[in-house]
Design a protein around this ligand. Structure first.
Ligand code: DTR
Ligand code: ZN
Ligand code: ZN
Length: 441
């Protein structure tokens, strides 16, 4: 561990030094600064993060016979992938099972705790592909975008007025089987609580259009406001009304809306003038084909539509971003991570917290690394209990680990020395543990 002069760096921070480990860098505690409700500023959704989810879904298809279709192993792997991320982010998740064509299907339902249970803003995307291919635009794109939006809600620790729910539907490609199952099995009292259902099916088409469903006027206007702000014209979605998972909701009387970047219809000359791309060609020439891979995505469309989703969720749920009300302990001394070498640690000393650690301990990790799959990251509590935050994954070639994990540390006394342990388990890439932060809510 590098123990170089970091005190000068800390001097500029108006933080209280509460603990210094013998022989380790000081940890700082930033006291709570509750300041009331903040303005509703939707976050900019990182298209890089959305694309990483798409790369992961592509890998799942590659490892499971080339698709993620209902009843195939690639579908269940997609479900497990999405659910694990949501669980780690603090969502209450439910796997809803159904049977279709003799195979078990799954919907993933994720509820963000809080908000008025009688007013639910729900966003959904189908997670299944056709059997012909990996289904990255149809519908990895919607699935990845709402996943990243859900993670952004968690990062903001949003305390919305309305309750926020997300859903990933099974077997849409076989006739909206999963979403119909959900709606049919929802008590009418529960159905009546859904004030908005937003659907995202194909939002990164390679020759994109910007289509807004013209169903509920408020939802439609919300999306239009976003695109108007970007100076982008939109058109009402006409490529087959009722051809996706919003249909069962609409039929049950739920206000619906959504975004769509086009499937196998042909882009007109006027549309190409407005949106760029190629007229006389389909919005998605790989629609339902084996070439619907991670190469079949227009990054700009994916980026704009992802931001539009967050804009709509934030505005329709009238969120207020929670000011940081917790107590923060952090260590900002950089620690080099040796290549394929021994584990390194960064420590903070927690004091002044009564009783056990929370079930929602926030563990902020900031690591720069050129191949993060090499890294195993663990939190070690004062008792010595190890909480794995990130496993080794040879295939995850993305850079960096810059995220906040939620850890159930309620079996552990809060006060004491907590460590973040990082080990690089493979050769070629190295990096630095830049900071380690614990937030006690
Ligand atoms: N349901 C689609 C594709 C699709 C076709 N038209 C629309 C309109 C609105 C949303 C989606 C679609 C599929 O999964 O194949
Ligand atoms: Zn689709
Ligand atoms: Zn489809």
């Amino acid at each position: 561990m590098k123990l170089s002069a970091r005190l000068s760096a800390l001097a500029g921070v108006s933080a209280l030094v509460v603990g210094a480990l013998a022989g380790a860098a000081p940890a700082t505690a930033v006291p709570s600064t509750a300041s009331g409700a903040a303005a509703v500023t939707p976050p900019d959704i990182s298209v890089a993060n959305v694309k990483q989810h798409l790369a992961d879904l592509q890998t799942i298809a590659n490892n499971n016979g080339g698709n993620r279709a209902h009843g195939r192993t690639g579908y269940k792997a997609s479900v497990d992938f999405v659910k694990a991320k949501l669980d780690a982010a603090g969502y209450t998740t439910t796997l809803q099972q159904f049977t279709y064509n003799g195979a078990t299907g799954y919907n993933v339902i994720a509820d963000w705790p809080g908000g008025d249970p009688n007013q639910v803003v729900m966003s959904g995307s189908h997670l299944d592909s056709v059997t012909a291919g990996p289904g990255i635009n149809d519908n990895g794109s919607g699935s990845a975008a709402i996943l990243e939006t859900a993670l952004a809600v968690s990062r903001a620790q949003l305390q919305p007025t309305k309750h926020i729910r997300f859903a990933w539907w099974g077997a849409e490609e076989l006739g909206m089987v999963g979403s119909k199952y959900y709606v049919n099995n929802l008590a009418s009292t529960e159905r009546a609580k859904i004030s908005d259902y937003l659907n995202f099916d194909m939002i990164g088409s390679p020759n994109p259009g910007y289509f807004v469903y013209d169903d509920d006027p408020t939802i439609e206007q919300t999306f239009k406001n976003y695109f108007t702000g970007l100076g982008i014209v939109t058109e009402p979605e006409t490529e087959g009304d009722g051809r996706s998972d919003h249909a069962p909701f609409k039929n049950a009387g739920v206000p619906v809306g959504g975004l769509f970047s086009g499937a196998d219809y042909i882009k007109t000359a006027t549309q190409a003038q407005n949106w760029g791309g190629t007229s006389g060609q389909a919005f998605d020439r790989c629609y339902h084909a084996s070439c619907d891979t991670s190469a079949n995505i227009n990054d700009t469309a994916l980026d704009r539509n992802s931001d539009a989703i967050a804009y709509a969720v934030w505005n329709l749920a009238a969120g207020t971003t929670t000011p940081p009300t917790g107590t923060v302990f952090q260590n900002t001394t950089p620690v080099a991570i040796p290549d394929n070498g021994p584990a390194v640690t960064s420590s903070v000393t927690v004091s002044g917290i009564t009783g056990n650690a929370p079930s929602t301990l926030q563990v902020g990790v900031d690591i720069t690394h050129t191949w993060r799959g090499d890294l195993v990251v663990d939190l070690i509590g004062p008792s010595g209990t190890v909480y794995n935050l990130k496993p080794y994954s040879s295939s995850d070639s993305a850079d960096n680990v810059k995220t906040t994990y939620t850890v159930n540390a309620s079996a552990e006394v809060a006060n004491g020395v907590w460590k973040l342990r990082v080990q690089d388990k493979a050769t070629y890439d190295t990096g630095t543990l830049n900071s380690f932060k614990l937030t006690f809510p």
